[in-house]
Design a protein around this ligand. Structure first.
Ligand SMILES: NC(=O)c1ccc[n+]([C@@H]2O[C@H](COP(=O)([O-])OP(=O)(O)OC[C@H]3O[C@@H](n4cnc5c(N)ncnc54)[C@H](OP(=O)(O)O)[C@@H]3O)[C@@H](O)[C@H]2O)c1
Length: 336
């Protein structure tokens, strides 16, 4: 009988987490009860929001308990089912956690059409990160043709898609990312109009002025901190600031203080708005259909960095938090 290898939360990190905050455990493969199906997981996702759930502090979602299986999106194949609406062979996606098998109910998963794209995309460009890019940019950022759009975290799962959707909308796109390799990827492969490496450029204000001479109409903020402080100082009249993520702050025990920027909102009559992707859930199918069409037409590209084996999920997560990933960071758990 195979076992279910899974990663549980072993500690609550202070500052940057490390591998000792996670534990690899073996359990028996769950037996699906009445109305349940057994899923063999193919890919699990590692995402920045998981850092917040490792804290013992309620946010928009409750914290994970010590000893619990790490939360996380995953995609896999139904191998046994006691629900006629979930058939063996169906591909499903949901919050199945960092493990090899999960017993699920119909309402906990969505069925994935494997003819649209490789199934890994169900937790990437055609999953939560892709939906974040799509709704954050289009519904919160409201880009118009000719706008200058700046995106931080520009080579990651969300940012790389934001920039390309902005291009599809007819915008000029400037990316900010943390390595020359990433800058090369987003400008040469993805067609961003300009980009800079925030780890080697020190004068952010001057660089942004040079790359965005007419000011910044939309800022898609994935990182916060000093990069965002500089962007705020360059916003154009009636700019929209999409507050998607603040990853530069996630491992700090004490919140950073920075320049107070709210006067920029007054003088530029601008708007800053946060959002949670889940608020747009009912519109996912339409967005996924559009995004899948853009992929087929070659207008939307995506890259996946794939670690192998559930035992490597903590390492993949830590590498992603350090910026080692290009595009979406995944972990392959099995070939389903
Ligand atoms: N609001 C929502 O509903 C929602 C949903 C999903 C994601 N998010 C947020 O969106 C952001 C991007 O998520 P993702 O899944 O696409 O992750 P990702 O960009 O694929 O990976 C995280 C990236 O963050 C960058 N980073 C790490 N530390 C940083 C620092 N101190 N300063 C600046 N950048 C840093 C690294 O890239 P560099 O090499 O460029 O530093 C790293 O590759 C995160 O802030 C996440 O919390 C929000």
């Amino acid at each position: 009988m195979p076992t279910n290898r899974r990663i549980t939360l072993a500690g609550r990190p202070e500052g940057f987490p490390d591998e000792s905050d996670f534990r690899l455990e073996e359990a028996s493969v769950p037996q699906p009860g009445p109305g349940e199906a057994l899923v063999r997981i193919a890919f699990v996702s590692v995402d920045p929001y998981m850092r917040g759930r490792m804290r013992n502090k309620a946010s928009y979602a409750p914290p994970m308990g010590l000893g619990e299986v790490m939360t996380g999106g995953a995609v896999g194949k139904v191998i046994e089912s006691n629900d006629p609406q979930l058939q063996a062979g169906d591909i499903v996606e949901g919050l199945l956690g960092w493990q090899e098998y999960a017993a699920v109910r119909l309402h906990e998963v969505r069925k994935v059409d494997p003819s649209l794209a490789p199934i890994s995309t169900a937790v990437g460009v055609l999953g939560m990160p892709g939906m974040t890019a799509y709704f954050g940019l289009l519904e919160v950022g409201k880009p118009k043709p000719g706008d200058t759009v700046v995106v931080s975290g520009a080579a990651g799962a969300v940012g790389s898609i934001v920039g390309q959707i902005a291009k599809i909308c007819g915008c000029r796109v400037v990316g900010v990312a943390g390595s020359d390799n990433k800058i090369g990827y987003i400008t040469r492969e993805l067609g961003f109009h300009a980009a800079f490496n925030y780890k080697t450029v020190t004068a952010y204000d001057g660089k942004l002025k040079e790359l965005c001479p007419d000011g910044i109409d939309v800022y898609f903020d994935n990182v916060g901190g000093s990069v965002s402080d500089a962007v705020w100082r360059q916003i154009a009249l009636r700019a929209r600031i999409v507050v998607c993520g603040q990853i530069s702050q996630y491992n700090l025990e004490k919140a950073e203080t920075g320049p107070r920027q709210l006067f920029q909102l007054i003088s530029k009559r601008a708007r800053a708005e946060g959002f949670l992707v889940g608020d747009f859930r009912q519109h996912y199918p339409e967005a996924m259909g559009r995004m899948a069409a853009w992929i087929r037409e070659g207008r939307l590209k995506y890259h996946e960095d794939i670690a192998e084996g559930i035992e490597n999920a903590p390492h993949a997560f830590l590498d992603m938090m350090r910026g080692k990933n290009l595009g979406k960071q995944l972990v392959r758990v099995s070939d389903v």
